[in-house]
Design a protein around this ligand. Sequence first.
Ligand code: DX5
Ligand code: ZN
Length: 229
Amino acid sequence: MERSVKLEASLACANFRNLESDIAQLTAAKIDFLHIDIMDGKFVPNFALDFSIMQTARELCAIPQECHLMVVEPERYIDKTVASGAEYVGIHYEATYHVQRSLQQIRDAGAKAGIVLNPATPLTNLEYIMDDIDMITIMTVNPGFVGQKLIPAMLRKIKDTRTLLSATGHDNIEIQVDGNVSFQQIPEMVAAGATMLVGGTSSVFHKDYSIGEAIAAVRTIVKRAEAAQ
Ligand code: DX5
Ligand code: ZN
């Protein structure tokens, strides 16, 4: 099956002193999605973006938004997230008692449903909810902070996710990778089967490159990795 790799910009890593310019550069480089990290200070020991930032981004551009809810009991915020314009909403497996119901709630609200797995959460937890998912997110770091190092076992987890999807006839489900998606790691991530790459300080917002340069470099790396398959 032909798979296309989508590139996302992790908006929490943007320069908020000049957000308009960053978003203009992301638009010019035709980034596929804005990845919006929403943190509640409880599920993760940090706070991050919110609905007003989604609104601001929507006023500045037409880039589709994809929301990563790092909040406990995400069901409290799903409807508001979709109403704020999210095309995908990702909820953490670890954050709610009723995972299947919450995934259903996302679809009922009109968005695509993502399940996000912390590094220690096994793939076997997905066995009975495969039909309720449009995207699986493999956290390659523990969520909550930018600029962390990839946990090496997560490369095997991406590969195991692809194997699981192929074996069960679910290759239409996207495999998103979030955390330390760097120029160095991208070839292995793509080879393992990732289809959505969240670029933060490790690539799209790398301190040594402009956003345009970084995105062009990522696209070249992705193309090379796809051709090598
Ligand atoms: C957490 C965030 C970060 C973000 C940061 O959920 O979404 O992992 O991608 O990117 P890096 O790891 O490149 O700073
Ligand atoms: Zn994220």
